[in-house]
Ligand binder design. Structure first.
Ligand SMILES: [Zn+2]
Length: 137
């Protein structure tokens, strides 16, 4: 089984790199709390504009899930909570499965749909009365 996994990773080095990076990030978020204002990873969109981007709160969502706090994860970024695993599964499936034309990662309609949904999410979450703001502090 280990030899089979080793051969599969050798055939898909991008997946191996992404998987290793994801494991490193999970290990980091297990011990570091991104809710603290002194967290070293800040969003460049938030820093430049003051607006929450579609991904703001993503590290906090992962941290919350690693610590079993689903309520806090929903509060930090419900869009990523739903779309993140879906997008990851689609990318892994497309990279590991059948080849897409022109080396595409996602089908164009799906990619445009996700991009439009992310843009709509960014607008909604920055409305003045939107109740779910990423928790910091
Ligand atoms: Zn952001």
């Amino acid at each position: 089984m280990i030899e089979g996994a080793r051969r599969a990773l050798a055939r898909h080095p991008t997946l191996a790199g992404a998987g290793g990076s994801a494991l490193a990030l999970l290990a980091y978020l297990t011990v570091r709390d991104p809710h603290r204002p002194s967290a070293p990873l800040a969003c460049p969109v938030k820093l430049a504009t003051g607006l929450d981007c579609p991904g703001c709160g993503g590290l906090r969502v992962v941290h919350d899930l690693l610590h079993g706090d689903l309520d806090a994860a929903v509060h930090d970024n419900p869009f990523l909570l739903v779309c993140g695993p879906l997008l990851a599964a689609l990318v892994v499936r497309s990279r590991a499965g059948a080849a897409m034309p022109h080396n595409q990662v996602l089908a164009p309609r799906l990619a445009y749909g996700l991009a439009g949904s992310a843009a709509a999410w960014m607008v909604v979450r920055n409305l003045p009365r939107w109740p779910l703001k990423p928790a910091v502090g």
